[in-house]
Design a protein around this ligand. Structure first.
Ligand code: SF4
Ligand code: SF4
Length: 370
């Protein structure tokens, strides 16, 4: 695969496709084989975390026998996402302990990148950059040669992120979400790229949704000559020139092969992107409003996960993802839509003025056999 500069601050080059190591198959030998297969096929940047279960340990096994030298290895941690010890905090001493622990788990003597994991608010950002805080600790480890480069990952607001990007001279890479159905962070990615920060995106196939069959999206794929919905999704991300690389989860060897084939088919032309955007807008326009997952409507007095139910209904109704919507509805914790007592509290507060009571009744009907 062709390489491109990973921003201007770190000296690395990466292919547009990288390895997201959040989940692996349960069988460790199978996971190791999948990882080595992806590396043999040319993927080189790997994103893991101290908080991804056994991921670091499995990577440690996979990277033996010369594989470590072929990859750019990145891990991350923050106390607000995963506390390993009750005393964990955002100090430089604590991050140092977590860096050393990750190195042991990965069985390496050097990490190419260490990232502050999920800066999700101004409060987290301020804690990370405070004197004697996480960033200081990571920079010290960098000075001592334990790690090569530093970055952060985020789900914070666009508004906050545009400020951090202006300020954060220490940041060499940024990881955030982007896909065909959610381009919210496009301005952030553009600003980071303009500043020379390497840009990585997660969820190019929307957590697997865009790898599923969808008659609605397959019609769109056909219009622009994509061979599948996943091909459409990957090439949509590829078409954003501000994104250096996207994380690809590893489930089966075929997934890696198909994703590489999509990258090799290349980005869409601007006219094709316009067709895609118009089509998606048309679908969204057929609906008065989509649930934005803002969560203003919760807690519901009887404990229904309203945004969770709304997401299942919308996925099944508008995008044709009936199977996964049914599974996710079945997995919703606590009471489901049939517990709704029609109190109307949620409708009064819904930012999109959705008819939530009717939608709860639809959910009962739509998923009745669960
Ligand atoms: S109307 Fe139903 S879903 Fe909405 S808050 Fe009341 S019980 Fe919960
Ligand atoms: S308030 Fe409305 S838009 Fe926001 S999560 Fe609840 S249902 Fe969705």
């Amino acid at each position: 695969m062709k390489l491109r500069k990973f921003g201007q601050r770190n000296g690395h080059q990466v292919p547009r496709l990288s390895i997201g190591a959040m989940r692996f198959p349960k069988d460790v030998d199978c996971a190791v084989a999948l990882l080595r297969d992806a590396i043999d096929k040319g993927l080189r940047y790997i994103d893991t975390s101290r908080g991804y279960g056994e991921s670091e340990w499995i990577l440690g096994l996979a990277l033996k026998h010369g594989y470590r030298d072929k990859v750019i290895l990145s891990t991350k941690w923050s106390p607000w996402i995963t506390k390993i010890a009750e005393s964990d905090n955002s100090s430089s001493d604590c991050v140092r302990r977590r860096i050393e622990e990750s190195m042991k788990r990965l069985d390496v003597d050097y990490l190419d990148y260490y990232q502050v994991w999920n800066i999700q608010s101004r409060e987290c950002y301020d804690k990370a950059i405070a004197k004697g805080g996480m960033v200081d600790g990571i920079l010290k480890a960098k000075e001592e040669g334990l790690i090569g480069h530093i970055g952060f990952t985020t789900h914070d607001s666009v508004e906050n992120l545009l400020i951090y990007i202006k300020e954060a001279d220490w940041c060499e890479i940024l990881l955030t979400t982007y896909n065909m159905l959610n381009t919210t962070y496009a301005p952030v990615i553009e600003a980071a790229h303009a500043k020379g920060i390497g840009t990585v995106i997660m969820n190019p196939v929307a957590g697997g949704k865009l790898a599923e069959q969808s008659p609605v999206l397959m019609e769109l794929a056909n219009k622009v000559g994509a061979v599948s919905v996943a091909d459409l999704a990957i090439r949509y991300v590829l078409s954003n020139p501000n994104i250096d690389t996207m994380l690809n989860g590893l489930n089966k060897t075929e997934d890696t092969t198909h994703s590489i084939a999509s990258v090799e088919r290349g980005a869409f032309l601007p006219a094709q992107i316009e067709i895609i955007n118009r089509y998606l807008e048309k679908i969204k326009g057929q609906v008065s409003a989509f649930c934005t997952n803002c969560k203003y409507c919760i807690p519901c007095p009887v404990g229904i996960d309203i945004p969770g139910v709304m997401s299942c209904i919308q996925d099944a109704r508008y995008w044709g993802w009936e199977e996964s919507a049914r599974t996710r509805y079945g997995n919703i914790k606590g009471d489901k839509a049939d517990a709704c007592v029609q109190c109307g509290k949620c409708e009064k507060i819904c930012t999109q003025n959705l008819k939530i009571i009717n939608e709860m009744a639809h959910a009962v009907e739509m998923f009745k056999e669960i």
